[in-house]
Design a protein around this ligand. Structure first.
Ligand code: HPA
Length: 271
């Protein structure tokens, strides 16, 4: 079955559940899924019921799509994403973004929990993603290109939409939320980085490191979606604090999720 045939089946199923117009796709990272609970007139679709969707296996991810209205916009939110480290291939990891594009979304908001590399960051900071470094060793667009879906050689010069960034910054300022800015660098995981890898990331120009987002944004750009990215710095990266664990990641998102939700909702209202 071709990608396009699969997408048709997935989209038909999602339409049959009552999803019609989608403006914004929303990918909610570890511990940040609660935002979907604020979606009005919600239609919830479990990943396991969606044709060609895999199941997500990470703690802190619900594994469902939530469709409805948020800040006056029609959104389709993913509560939980697919990671490369789970063993999915890159086409699977990015399949939901293809689905959002096929549902005619014009924009994608990506969020994640990640480690701070920039020495001026603190756990609990929110960071506007200005650019990214693909260090996963692969790319979701490897293979035959379907020219009707997007170009063979997508331009990544403005992967994160500049006007969306301006809006997010103004909104953060008006809310009194200190919004850091920086470059997100993706490693495959599932190991956290070594201290040497974190020094390497900093030298390479990264402000934060994580295990997601980059493939999704590549496919979003390929599909012509405008992207806004917000990270939650849940910890300082390896070598910058005593040690790392997933519990701290969950605890930090728990602590900052109110600011995160307010920032995304108020930004969305102005996009
Ligand atoms: N590294 C990679 N991924 C992460 C981190 C980290 O320090 N924290 C949360 N996700």
């Amino acid at each position: 079955m071709t990608l396009r045939e699969k997408l048709t089946e997935t989209v038909n199923y999602i339409h049959d559940q009552g999803v019609d117009r989608v403006e914004f796709g929303l990918i909610l990272g570890s511990g940040l899924g609660e935002l979907a609970e604020e979606i009005k007139d919600a239609t919830v679709i479990s990943y396991q019921d969606i044709p060609h969707f895999p199941e997500s296996t990470v703690v802190g991810h619900a594994g469902q799509l939530v469709y409805g209205t948020l800040s006056g916009k029609k959104v389709l939110a993913m509560q939980g994403r697919f990671h490369y480290y789970e063993g999915h291939n890159m086409q699977t990891v990015t399949y939901p973004v293809r689905v959002m594009a096929a549902l005619k979304a014009h924009s994608l908001i990506v969020t994640n929990a990640c480690g701070g590399v920039n020495t001026s960051f603190h756990p609990g900071d929110l960071m506007l993603i200005t650019d990214q470094i693909n260090y996963m060793g692969t790319n979701p667009l490897i293979g035959t290109n379907d020219d009707e879906m997007g170009p063979r050689f997508p331009d990544m010069s403005h992967a994160y939409n500049t006007s969306y960034q301006e809006v997010a910054k103004k909104v953060a300022q008006s809310l009194g939320i200190h919004l850091q800015e920086g470059v997100y660098m993706a490693f495959s995981g599932p190991t956290y980085e070594t201290p040497a890898e974190v020094r390497f990331a900093r030298t390479a120009g990264a402000d934060a490191v994580g295990m997601s987002t980059v493939p999704e944004v590549i496919v979003a750009v390929h599909s012509g979606l405008k992207v806004l990215g917000v990270s939650c710095i849940t910890n300082l990266a390896a070598g910058m604090q005593a040690n790392l664990n997933h519990e701290e990641v969950v605890q930090t998102t728990e602590r900052v999720k109110e600011d995160f939700k307010i920032l995304i909702k108020n930004t969305l209202a102005k996009l």
